[in-house]
Design a binder for this molecule. Structure first.
Ligand code: GP9
Ligand code: MN
Length: 645
């Protein structure tokens, strides 16, 4: 007993257990982390242990003042935890390095209310620190320094538990670190302390690249851009001038579903199939998604910036503090008001930060919707209640508006609640593929309901509608079942063509038609802005107007492959686009290949080095993200933009 009392290790074990339990209690009480299964429950319980061992264990390295050091480390970590708790109570989000760097403006948003977010009972979050102080001065006053070898064992144990934790987390959520889609997820799986370290490393990496860049870095890009500018088609330029614009992101919706019939002859998407034949609709049936790991958010980025997403990670997450000249910001100069509607929480894909940089006036996230269990599936709102609840908010927007709707129901793994569908599943051995048809059919019904609501309230004929599939839904892992669905072998070229997503643009009063030219998500911005009568020649973008007579007729994939009207390149092999046969040489692919590589490098430079801060398009009023906040319905600010513009 005496030996135990005199041991630093005993003191250390007490410190670790107290800190571990306290952190776990904080996770459970303070944060809404959305724990879905028992593995996640276990990880949440486990993850503070590795941090406690590792950080508190650092003190064992020192022979002198070991207890004092442990108390200081405990205090600093407790402070970090408590800061996150207070921040979360207000913002429903965790503190990140950029938030700290912008402390002035964020602090400004918190203002006086910071005190109202604190409570005397919060002293609990420092209670272990106080207990340790008392123990250090009493029971453990005479504790001696240990053999310093103990710190090695402790650190090793901490690291081992961490790696075990990370392994299990990756199993539950593959590519957790590289995709880093949501702070909630990172905290849920790895803990608040590890999240801060992860965030710091990411920020150091990206800020060094940014710091070394200067205005000369954009000159070549500007020259390339000017040389490849596609002028608008006078037949369409300005035909939608002054109209409202609504973008609808159709989750995981691939083009092969359009006009697809089930074995019993039923159409999967009868509404969309009818929409493409509406006289005012342009249906682009040779159009490709170009997303990377940022999935939905990459598609959003492409659509509104006409820049490519990053080869790794999401721009929305890693580069949200950059300068952008995005569609909502451009349209602001033409009197437009902008808003996003999405039935998931605002931290997902870091949207609440990125949308400020894009210039969105309002962001209606999950907090604006009735997220009761019967309305929810997977990541958030089911499409039908989502559109229904969105309508009153949409109708209140000042016109002309630019609005974006992001659907969710057709998301992997496409499982539906039985009461939401009576559509048949496909019959293969692959449940994911089978269910895809049911959830796509549900989405189609929700879109019909939305369009009917637009017709009923008079928006239908004064609004440009842009429907797009954000990215593939069925990955290559399901090729066996897809062979059965499509009735043909999935060769590399067929697989490339499966990356087609539909683009449907309806412009009231303008004659549309089926458009067969090859294009990609990058091309949407100039196409739509030209319809609105805004020439994009002064904007730094890589897209080419799909309706222009000089449209370039090729689309690249983020991995450097591409599709054109004549040739298709997959894994550096060149195929004939019509016969789909492998060509004897790569010669016919060379020209486009060079442009593909050039554009990807240039676009990555713009994003990684934040080059748009050195570029000012004529007549464009730069965005100051600090002018925006999305505090939600309770903050009473979400429904009123605080933009000073
Ligand atoms: C989540 C939704 C889906 O909010 O956008 O994201 P995804 O996994 O498709 O990128
Ligand atoms: Mn998506």
């Amino acid at each position: 007993m005496k030996k135990l009392k005199n041991s630093h290790i005993t003191f250390f074990v007490i410190a670790v257990v107290l800190f571990w339990m306290k952190t776990y209690i904080a996770y459970r009480i303070e944060f809404k982390l959305g724990i879905d299964n028992s593995l996640q429950k276990f990880l949440l319980f486990l993850n503070p242990l590795s941090s406690s061992l590792f950080f508190l264990g650092l003190a064992l390295f020192f022979k002198k003042h070991t207890k004092l050091l442990m108390i200081i480390i405990n205090f600093l970590l407790s402070f970090l935890l408590y800061a996150n708790i207070v921040y979360y109570r207000f913002f429903n989000d965790f503190i990140t390095i950029p938030v700290l760097l912008q402390a002035k403006s964020n602090g400004g948003q918190l203002g006086e209310s910071i005190y109202s977010l604190m409570h005397p009972l919060d002293l609990f979050y420092f209670s272990d620190c106080m207990i340790l102080m008392i123990l250090a001065l009493t029971v453990f006053r005479k504790a001696n320094a240990e053999n310093r070898k103990s710190y090695k064992i402790v650190l090793l144990l901490g690291v081992t538990i961490f790696l075990f934790n990370l392994g299990l987390a990756e199993k539950d959520r593959p590519q957790l670190l590289s995709r880093s889609f949501d702070r909630n997820y990172l905290v849920k799986y790895l803990g608040a302390y590890n999240f801060t370290i992860y965030d710091a490393i990411q920020n150091i990496e990206s800020s060094s690249e940014r710091a070394l860049a200067d205005s000369s870095d954009i000159t070549d890009i500007q020259n390339y851009r000017n040389a490849n500018y596609t002028p608008p088609n006078p037949a369409y330029f300005g035909k939608a001038k002054g109209m409202n614009v609504i973008f609808i992101s159709m989750e995981s919706f691939q083009n092969f579903m359009i006009d697809f019939k089930m074995p019993d002859g039923q159409e999967v998407t009868p509404f969309l199939n009818s929409l493409i034949h509406d006289p005012n609709t342009f249906y682009f049936n040779n159009f490709y998604h170009q997303t990377g790991q940022g999935k939905t958010s990459d598609a959003e980025f492409l659509m509104e910036n006409s820049l490519y997403p990053l080869p790794q990670g999401a721009v929305f997450v890693n580069k949200a503090l950059n300068t952008y000249q995005a569609t909502p910001a451009i349209l602001k100069g033409y009197g437009y008001h902008s808003a996003v509607f999405h039935g998931n929480y605002k931290t997902f894909w870091n949207r609440n930060v990125m949308y400020k940089a894009l210039g969105y006036d309002q962001f209606f996230d999950a907090e604006y919707y009735d997220m009761s269990p019967e309305n929810k599936k997977n990541y958030g709102m089911k499409d039908k209640p989502y559109f229904q609840e969105s309508m009153p908010m949409l109708e209140k927007l000042k016109q002309p508006f630019y609005a974006k709707f992001i659907t969710l129901s057709n998301h992997f793994p496409f499982a539906m609640d039985p009461q939401d569908t009576n559509f048949p599943a496909f019959d293969t051995d692959d449940t994911v593929v089978n269910q895809y048809f049911q959830s796509a059919n549900y989405m189609d019904q929700a879109l019909e309901q939305f369009c009917n609501a637009l017709k009923a309230d008079g928006l239908w004929n004064k609004t440009v509608l842009v429907f797009y599939g954000d990215h593939y839904g069925i990955s290559e892992n399901h090729n066996e079942a897809m062979t059965k669905v499509l009735g043909k072998e999935i060769t590399p070229v067929v697989n490339a063509k499966l990356q087609q997503v539909p683009l449907i643009i309806r412009v009231p009063g303008v004659k549309g038609g089926i458009q067969t030219q090859v294009g990609g998500e990058i091309d949407v911005r100039p196409t739509v802005l030209h319809l609105l009568g805004i020439d994009t020649k002064d904007y730094m973008e890589f897209g080419s107007d799909l309706l222009s007579k000089q449209h370039r007729k090729w689309a690249l994939f983020r991995n450097g492959d591409f599709v054109s009207d004549k040739v298709i390149q997959v894994n550096d092999k060149c195929y004939d686009a019509q016969t789909e046969q492998l060509l004897g040489s790569n010669d016919l692919c060379k020209d486009i290949d060079t442009r593909v590589k050039t554009e990807l490098v240039m676009s990555d430079d713009i994003v990684n080095k934040d080059l748009l801060r050195f570029y000012k398009p004529k007549g464009f009023k730069p965005i100051n993200p600090d002018d925006y906040n999305y505090l939600g319905p309770k903050g009473n600010k979400g429904s009123k933009p605080v933009s000073k513009n």
